[in-house]
Design a protein. Sequence first.
Length: 438
Amino acid sequence: MHRRAFVFASAGTGAALAGLLALSAPAAALAVGPSGAGTGGSPGFTACDAGSGQDAGAVSCNAVQLTDAAAWRGVQADDGAPGNGAVGDGAAGVGPVATTAPPLGYGPAELQQAYNLTTASAGNGRGRTVAIVDAYDDPSVVSDLSAYRAQYRLPPVCGGRAVRGCITFTKVNQRGVPFPLPSADPGWSQEISVDVDMVSAVCPDCNILLVESDSATFQSLGKAEDTAAAAGPVSIGNSFGSGEFRSETNADQHFQHPGIAITAAAGDDGYGVQWPASSPDVIAVGGTTLAPARGSARGWSETAWSGDGSGCSAIEPQPGWQSRIHTLRAQCAGRAVADVAAVADPDTGVAVYDTFDLPGWSVFGGTSVSTQIISAVYALAGGGSGPTGASGLYAASPRGFFDVTTGSDGSCGSLLCTATAGWDGPTGLGTPDGTGAF
């Protein structure tokens, strides 16, 4: 059974929708269905603190909790990696909390192995910052992040200024200052825990900047995005999204920050497009099912996750770097989603530590997971020294990706929802094979 951390800003929340309306058409015209949109690929997901309803144009996060541990189909690597024993005392950091056994769900060792990142994760990222934009506050994020990093023997969180052997974690509001912080929200706190843990897993030496918007409206999140960019991170991960709306091209301005790799989740409801993943200014990240494959050279297999979002934008024109793919151009005249992918299926999900609304360790999936993995890969690659937008991925060598050729997230009858050789909607160009394509 899955539980989705699915949090909406709705008309019932009073002023919550005001920022959305300030950037978009009248409410009755907000919802724009993608061409050939499906009915959703994730039955059994339930709303998590969804407020008063799911209004057109609402903004949600994309974290999916696996509530039935017996359903998890992954296997922890038996390689002597950190996370299978005692943890260090973390004297330079903030309050690590050890657990007595490896938590269920993939940890840093498995994710790094699966995407050929073990060497890069051990040697790259120091001094680089990954920014994350989320709504509302997670009051337990520092202690929870410290517990996650302690469990896997990752460098601890610095208690103050940066010193060798630890990373800095900074939390600010949408105006870029530490106080006042937004109101706390249990659902978005789960999302925040997913995000900071995934950046930690893939880029253990990266500093983390968390920018929390006042609410889950486009206006607040757009301000938070600009604040994150102003801090000069290598990448910014965005795990939120909404249905497309008629004036979304005006809101794209918040993702136009040259030199910064900006990732956005493709969605968790099966075939269909969400924004800002549909913006040509972001790297749209889809999701896969990741399982061990002991007999293969890679040691892992991937298929397109059935809950993944994909498709053809009804609003955004197709950028030139996508139209060069003949098979795509024949199926879609708009911006196509996704560009790249990583694990997102909660049944092969990742370990996350959250104590604000959960008892501690949980297994999570959703394209929130894959989005922050890809954002961290950009940080490992150096970000500004290489391609920072989706266009760079399309110019990269195919050898930089693991091509995902099986699975689907709907019944659209084309590569927009069915994995195939080369580019396809659910997984884009594929999943990372090291950092070379980034």
